[in-house]
Design a binder for this molecule. Sequence first.
Ligand code: SAM
Length: 238
Amino acid sequence: MSFKEIYLEIMTKNFPDGRYNEFADKFEILYNELVSYNEKVNLTAVTDMAGACAKHFADSLLIEEYIPQGSTLCDVGCGGGFPTLPLAIVRSDLEITALDSTEKKLKFVSLMAEKLNLNVVTLAARAEEVGQKAEYRESFDCVCARAVARLNILSELCIPLTRAGGKFISCKAALAKEELNEALSGIEKLGGTLEMAKDTELMTEGGEQSRAVFVFSKNSPTPAQYPRHYSKISKKPL
Ligand code: SAM
């Protein structure tokens, strides 16, 4: 089967209204570049077409509907560009800052942004340090992260970057009720509130996988002491 056939099959299983079908050509370019760059720099263990279409492309798009039109979005710990690159391909209205502490992964994100003419800038830095800089602190309409840390740690990396009235959106691999419960009081200290928690399924070639999407709204400013140094965040999560 060709890339396009596999892409359309996986996308239609996940999004039956066909909303992402028109982007097949761009995702094919992304797929080919990902596989070739992955030979030099380890970005992912998933390199087969069906796996990449489901676990990288469709999975990244599970949060797309929760991001308001025209938002500035910071993807914390974007690695090789997930969810940044799929979101940028389907949403040219978004202004995306792809943040990661590993510069060589960000090079791939910049390369793809240039090749596919995407509205993405990269930022090589630690999220907790950026969250204390006036230029970035409480400046983004939305902040998202995939596969970076447990929610009680992740929220201290992400909520300080979210502007008051904005959203922090997290997609987790399993039914993460326990993870949510242990994070909720810390999220409140950071100025956030749970707006929505949705259990969903990611359709892959090998069957369904559970996902949980959490949307938090930022209601009040984050107290100045947060985010703390990473050693404190990880040793004593809020
Ligand atoms: N989000 C990508 C994905 O889903 O494919 C990458 C996930 S990878 C498992 C986690 C990434 O988070 C790594 O690239 C790592 O460098 C980055 N990361 C972890 N902690 C970070 C921090 N405090 N600030 C910035 N980046 C961080």
